[in-house]
Structure formats: C-alpha cells, structure tokens
Design a protein. Structure first.
Length: 222
C-alpha cells in the first residue's frame, strides 16, 4: 500500500523560479538548476539512497528526507539561505532501513509538507514499527499524534500518515483502522475530524487518500 520506488538521488531546484543562495554541498549548473545533497546522505553507487526533497514553501524552505551511510532515514529542512537541519521525530525507531522521519516521504511513500509559516508535518516509524504523525513548529518543537482509531499493531508499519499542512496549521492525511483506510483532518488545537468519501470502497486496504489542504481548508485526494 505504501511502498514506492525512488529513482532520483539528487534534488534539483529551478533557479529561475526560486533564487536560493548556494551553501554547503549545493552546486549551480549551466542549465539554471541548483543541485544539493543533505549532509550525511549516503552516496553509495547503485544504492538508490541519497537526498529526496518533497516540499517547498513560498519562502524557498525545502523539506525531504535522506538515507545515511548506516541505511537510517532522517528528515531534513533546507532553509532559504541553504542551511540544513536534520529532523528526527521523538520516538523514531533505529532499525536499519526502517528508521523513518518523513517530511513528505520515505521508502514508505507518504508525504512530508512544509507550510508558509515554516511548520512541518510528516510521519515516523517507532521502535515497534508502528507509524505516527508529527508536526514540527518553526521553532523546532515537536508534537506527535495518532488519528482516533488508527491501527497500532506492532510490526505492521501502519498507523497515522499526514500528507499536508496549510498556513493555519490544519493537517490532513489518512489512517488505517483494523483494515480500512480513512481520511482525517487535525486542527491546530489538536482536534480531529475523520471522514470517508461517498462511494469509497470499505474492503481491506481500500478507502480514501487525502493529499492536499489549501489555506481555505478545502481538501483534495483520491
């Protein structure tokens, strides 16, 4: 359900659209792009590891994740000035290949998203291989959360998967109960609304997948 394949090891930004100063490992090219690698990202040939950016806000701050030399996953924030901050949610597991803090994505492809205020949402997998949501404030404070009714069976990698956050701090995403996938909306105060699209199939591993919420609170997905 959540598995994805990543084919790009280096993230690219079109300079003509978002002029971001080059810092650290970023490199400008003659084609008008800046490429960069998160510090500590693995560069092993043919590993498909590296830096994978997922979201950018209007100020040019970028979030994504990278895989280190020990096959552990970390989230990152690249500031508009080109500085990198590693993001590891409290309680994240440390099993090789499954230490996941995912501001919009990991080997298990969910979505990490940053809003225009600098708040970040995503998911992480704990030491029991259960997935939880998190929101990171612009000052770096973490809040972790689980949608009401989200499955918490150890070893399933299931749970709560945020996909988008708007400028008000309202988050949308999906969660699985015993077997069906539902949508959720989490307001900035931590209150939840769960929902299902009319006609959504209620069989195992089926349901609704909200993907984006705008600043007016409208949600789209599939």
């Amino acid at each position: 359900m959540r598995f994805g394949t990543f084919n790009f090891l280096t993230t690219l930004i079109l300079v003509g659209v978002l002029p971001i100063p080059v810092r650290l490992s970023a490199q400008a090219t003659s084609s008008g792009f800046i490429s960069f690698d998160a510090p500590g990202a693995s560069s092993v040939t043919a590993s498909f590891d590296g830096s994978l950016s997922k979201s950018i806000n209007d100020a040019g701050a970028i979030t994504g994740h990278y895989v280190d030399a020990n096959a552990l996953y970390h989230g990152f924030l690249r500031t508009p000035g080109g500085e990198f901050i590693t993001i590891d949610a409290p309680g994240v597991g440390t099993s090789v290949g499954f230490r996941i803090t995912s501001p919009n994505g990991s080997r298990f492809a969910s979505t990490i998203n940053i809003n225009n205020g600098g708040a970040i949402t995503g998911d992480y997998t704990d030491a029991h291989n259960v997935t939880h949501g998190f929101v990171r404030s612009p000052s770096g404070k973490f809040t972790t959360f689980d949608a009401p009714g989200a499955r918490s069976v150890q070893g399933t990698f299931e749970g709560t998967l945020p996909s988008s956050i708007n400028s008000e701090g309202t988050i949308t995403g999906n969660y699985m109960d015993k077997e069906v996938i539902h949508g959720f909306l989490r307001n900035p105060a931590g209150g939840f609304i769960t929902f299902d699209a009319p006609g959504a199939r209620s069989a195992a591993n089926n349901g609704i997948f909200p993907k984006r919420i705008n600043d007016a609170g409208a949600i789209t997905g599939h």
